[in-house]
Design a protein around this ligand. Structure first.
Ligand code: ADP
Ligand code: MG
Length: 329
């Protein structure tokens, strides 16, 4: 069983950033309104994620670390309307098979005054549950990632590169969950401290913190709705010259995606209205009926397939065209 976990770990746990992604998504699944992420040495030494979500019952702690015990898919029809982020039920099991993992949690509705903790180190399933001090919510601590799989460890890049990937995971989530307070620390240094944002002004502030003040200065805010589709967010005018690499974030129903059709529609709108040729920067959110989009095309879930591609393409093109034409310099 543990071996099976390690093999599965290859699929889920490629590097520290994949651990952060899975654990952070669990926190969001648990309804957390605040998640604090702390990492050391690019996440290879330590990844600690604490949330204030619903928590885990004492009796479910060991179960949470066992493979497939918790898969949320009960039948194939569920695939049609998956809203919850995780559905494979194996991330924690996989991570724990290639690290020293401690899971500590406390339910708000449990009778105990304290929380409970379970620790697993690689192959050793000494999953004994012990009492531990913890506020309502869950902490996952992952130490010494790949300590027992040296071959995998060799594939890790240098500390800053691994950290940058973690940072990108956190940014992507921060840009889609304005309602959640998020923080990120690396080697005791605060990298992000993002308060929950509800008003447009607060959201813009978060955009400024994540994409830089220059991005905001050159950005147009858009919010257009038609035929059951809504596109909102920020697009930068070509006056914005990027110092950072690609700042292109596109979300479909809260999920970040990369899609040829989407890129094409955006590029075409830019080319049509503006000078063209440049690489646009944007943070955009497309919202539509979940039945009109298939999110299970690819296991990493960065791809989607729209039922009506033409409708989506035209909507994106027209919306952006209008927004950009309105402010044409
Ligand atoms: P999945 O999320 O696909 O179900 P995971 O291995 O990621 O599988 O998590 C296993 C289970 O552990 C979850 O289904 C959930 O019940 C529980 N769990 C994990 N993290 C948390 C958390 N932060 N808060 C509450 N429950 C959690
Ligand atoms: Mg999960």
């Amino acid at each position: 069983q543990r071996l099976a976990n390690q093999i599965a770990a290859g699929e889920v746990v490629e590097r520290p950033a994949s651990v952060v992604k899975e654990v952070l998504e669990n926190s969001l699944d648990a309804g957390a309104s605040r998640v604090d992420v702390e990492v050391e040495q690019g996440g290879t030494k330590l990844i600690r994620i604490r949330d204030n979500g619903v928590g885990i019952y004492r009796d479910d702690l060991a179960l949470a670390l066992s493979r497939h015990a918790t898969s949320k898919i009960v039948d194939l029809n569920d695939l049609e309307q998956i809203n919850s982020l995780g559905f494979r039920g194996e991330a924690l099991a996989s991570i724990s098979s290639v690290s020293r993992l401690t899971l500590t949690s406390r339910r708000s509705d449990a009778e105990d005054e304290n929380g409970w903790q379970v620790a697993v180190a690689g192959q050793e399933m000494t999953a004994e549950v012990t009492p531990a001090a913890h506020p309502e919510g869950t902490s996952v601590e992952v130490r010494d990632l790949f300590f027992n799989t040296p071959a995998r460890k060799k594939f890790l890049r240098k500390e800053q590169t691994e950290f940058n990937r973690i940072d990108e995971v956190v940014r992507r989530i921060a840009l889609s969950r304005f309602d959640v307070h998020l923080s990120l620390r690396h080697n005791q240094r605060t990298v992000h401290q993002l308060h929950a944002a509800s008003s447009l002004q607060e959201k813009q502030r978060r955009i400024g913190l994540l994409c830089g003040p220059a991005f905001l200065e050159h950005a147009v805010h858009i919010d257009i709705e038609a035929a059951g589709l809504r596109l909102w967010g920020w697009v930068c005018l070509p006056t914005f010259s990027r110092s950072q690499p690609d700042q292109q974030y596109f979300y479909v129903n809260g999920r970040v995606i990369r899609d040829k059709l989407v890129s094409h529609a955006i590029k075409q709108a830019y080319r049509d209205v503006l000078y063209g040729g440049r690489h646009p920067a944007f943070v955009l959110y497309l919202e539509l009926d979940p039945a009109l989009v298939d999110v299970n095309v690819h296991p990493t879930k960065h791809e989607v397939r729209f039922r009506d591609q033409r409708l989506v393409h035209d909507f994106l093109f027209r919306s952006l065209h209008k927004a950009l034409a309105d402010v044409r310099p």
